[in-house]
Structures are given as C-alpha cells and as structure tokens.
Design a binder for this molecule. Sequence first.
Ligand code: ITT
Length: 190
Amino acid sequence: KKLVFATNNQHKTDEIRSALAGQYEVLNLNDIGCTDDIPETALTFEGNAALKSSYVVERFNLDCFADDSGLEIEALNNEPGVYSARYSGGRDSLENMRLVLEQMKNQTNRNARFKTVISLMQNGKQHFFEGAVEGTIRFEMSGSKGFGYDPIFQPNGYNITFAEMDMAEKNKISHRAIALKKMIDFLKEQ
Ligand code: ITT
C-alpha cells in the first residue's frame, strides 16, 4: 500500500518511513516529481498542514497527507511555533537553535512541547490528527541525530535529548509518531 506524504523534508520522510516499514510505502514530494515550494502562510499548524495537503490534491489529483510541526516554548509565548522552520530568518537549524538558546539564557521556565498536526486528504475530505510531546529546553545543544531542534529538546522522563536518541527510540514517543499512529488507526478502521 502506498501513501503520498506532502513534504520536502527528508528527515520527516525518514522518520515516517521507519515507523511504517513493512506496512506502507511512503512517497514524498520528490518521489512524485513535485519540486514546488508550497506556500505555508497560515497562522496555525492545522492551516499549514491543510495548505500542503490540498496543494497536492489540486495539482496532482493525488490523495495524500501533510505534517506541519514545530516547537512551542512556554517562556517565549509558544514561539517559535509555526515559525519553527525559519525562526532566525533562514532554514539553518544551528542558527535557529542559537537564537532560541540566546532568548532562553536567563529563563528558569524551560517547559516546551513539540507538536505535529497531520492533514489527511482522502476522497475530497480532510481529516486532522494531532500529536504532542512535553519536555524542556536544554541550556546547550547535545547530540547529533535527528534534525531541527532535536539537540536542545529533552522529553519529560528522559535525561537525553531527541538528538541523542536513535530514530526508533524517538519514534516511540515523538509528536510525529503520536499523530501518525492516529492516522494509521483511522486508515485501518476503514
Ligand atoms: P515540509 O513543510 O516540507 O514538510 P518543513 O521543514 O518546512 O518541511 P514545517 O513547516 O512543519 O516543515 O516546519 C517544521 C520545523 O519545525 C522543522 O523545519 C524543524 O525545524 C522543526 N521540527 C519539526 N519537527 C521536528 C522534530 O521532530 N525534531 C526537531 N525539529 C522539528
């Protein structure tokens, strides 16, 4: 069985492929020959996930799902949030993390959460699935696995960051894995 995943992010693709190995074949935008940079102009994860999935339905007439995600930090009024990918102005993860660490350097409230909203477009209908994982922001980066803000995020109940976990371990607890499981449960009920 095939699923089209409306993403340009290879790390997201790898995580979802790993989680669905042996169950579904996952094709991303590159695999369906889409090189467009889909505009993400909405102010919510739901809105942006919907824009990405609808784009693929309109342009390619393919059912698909999209993942919009980001890091919400309590002390920063839930920023970077929907601006996670380009918080420092560009897509450089190191620069984005440096900006967060700088803004957080005198903060005692380190609470944060990663969120994912998946929009599934199927037969002209849209379905949303959400996942979140609570944790804290480290004072320094640690680890080299994963992507994005993984080196500064420590999930509650662990003393390592997401970037110190293998993909399989991150996939047991991550925001993306939780949202994905809800979508797969929904697909299997059909
Ligand atoms: P697509 O829109 O093509 O899927 P993107 O990277 O632009 O890829 P988003 O708009 O959803 O994706 O931006 C999410 C950003 O949030 C992402 O670039 C990372 O910086 C961060 N992020 C999301 N999930 C993450 C995770 O599991 N670990 C670390 N950072 C994550």
